[in-house]
Design a protein around this ligand. Structure first.
Ligand code: LRH
Ligand code: MN
Ligand code: MN
Length: 395
């Protein structure tokens, strides 16, 4: 049995080790392919996104970086980096992962890096190199690549040739990385392509990472799996192979729903976090925790804070698993006791511990309530008035 103070010590250590990156596009108006419901408080300029991210960090203390999407946030490429550096200082938020955008240009109708046209593949590759240069200029470690490439009808594309084009482009991108940079390869089974997707699952992404080079790793977006897939087992394999680069966290009921984290299945995130805790501090350093959600009904600020706080609570719950005791129970195949030990940690109400941790660090004990009291959302809603931001409906 552990004493109350050792539980608290363990808990605070776990909380001190946890940070999560917020996406710039989570503050903008997004929607589905059927349309967008505009929110008066949504951000439509880069400065507004930085301001919102700064507020989330001020209230939670664990979101020091914001992921940027090149086309949405740096429409002029590298020359926008100077503006970003000013905003970083002004709003106390650093640039996080840099996301190339290979899915909006009309030329990418039949693919980007896998397009049968050498000219279009070249254009997509040039965009990757620009993204690497932007990341370097902004001091970002990770270039986070997701491609929409695929096809809609059998027989219409050579899946084989597209693998070869992709392998080549990724290797050439790897050659441009600085020693401290990484290329994160994200997979997704379908959407926008509905017959085949060029990087459809973790096996393909793992192969590409291994083939590309030591600085290429896999990104797991929790929304990018078929229903019923065991995501924590995929995470375990990637950790075993030293190929886990990071996560895009969100929740879903059907497909890539991009709902707030834990709104549907918090136990799954707990199980994923348990595998990371099991792998130790080195795995944690190499694993980028990022949010990729786009909620078109909930308020942007509220939804972001909900997700950040939920991630923090689930991280802590998973830290509370007595891993030594669990290993012994697993070895003796004591099914009930091992499962109950696991479930006990999940069902522990960690909110008082998190509140105490926040209080000791001078943070609001309830960030959602603090947001409301601050009047921030009312103010930005008045000032911004629901302008439409340019964000794709794939998000
Ligand atoms: C694709 C995706 C990818 C994009 C983001 C906006 O579904 O998850 O990570 O960059 O959405
Ligand atoms: Mn994603
Ligand atoms: Mn997605």
């Amino acid at each position: 049995m552990h004493s109350v103070s050792s539980i608290q010590e363990n808990a605070f250590q776990a909380l001190d080790s946890f940070q999560i990156e917020i996406p710039s596009w989570g503050f903008a108006n997004t929607g589905t392919r059927f349309g967008k419901f505009l929110q008066p408080a949504a951000a439509s300029t880069l400065e507004e996104k930085f301001s919102d991210a700064g507020m989330v960090h001020k209230l939670t203390g664990i979101t020091p970086t914001m992921a940027l999407h090149v086309l949405w946030d740096l429409p002029n490429g590298l020359s926008d980096a100077a503006t970003i550096k000013t905003l970083e200082k002004q709003y106390n938020i650093a640039s996080g992962s840099i996301n190339p955008n290979l899915f909006q240009d009309q030329e990418y109708k039949f693919g980007s890096l896998c397009n049968p046209s050498a000219e279009i593949r070249g254009k997509a590759f040039a965009h990757l190199l620009d993204s690497v240069a932007i990341a370097r200029e902004l001091g970002s470690r990770d270039i986070s690549l997701w491609m929409p490439d695929g096809s809609n009808y059998p027989g219409t594309q050579s899946m084989r040739r597209r693998i070869e084009w992709l392998e080549e482009a990724l290797q050439r991108t790897h050659a441009a990385l600085a020693p401290n940079q990484r290329l994160l390869i994200e997979y997704k089974p379908f959407e926008p392509a509905f017959y085949h997707t060029d990087i459809a699952d973790w096996g393909m992404a793992a192969h590409l990472a291994m083939h590309t080079g030591p600085q290429a790793v896999v990104l797991v977006d929790t929304g990018h799996h078929y229903a019923a897939q065991n995501i924590e087992q995929i995470v375990t394999w990637l950790l075993h192979l030293n190929l886990l680069g990071g996560f895009h966290f969100n929740d879903r009921r059907y497909a890539d729903d991009d709902l707030t984290l834990g709104s549907i299945d918090p136990y799954q995130i707990f199980r994923i976090f348990h595998e990371i805790h099991l792998s130790g501090p080195k795995a944690l350093l190499q694993t980028a925790f990022m949010i990729d959600q786009s909620h078109n009904l909930k308020g942007k600020m509220e939804a972001m804070i909900q997700t950040v706080a939920t991630a923090q609570e689930l991280w802590l719950k998973a830290a509370l698993v007595d891993r030594e005791a669990l290993a012994k129970l697993q070895t003796s195949c004591d099914l009930i006791s091992s499962e109950e030990l696991f479930r006990d940690a999940f069902w522990t109400d960690v909110r008082p511990l998190v509140r105490e941790w926040r209080r000791l660090r001078g943070l609001p004990e309830d960030p959602l309530a603090a947001l409301k009291e601050s009047g921030y959302v009312d103010r930005i809603a008045r000032e911004r008035g629901g302008k439409l931001a340019a964000v794709s409906s794939y998000a």
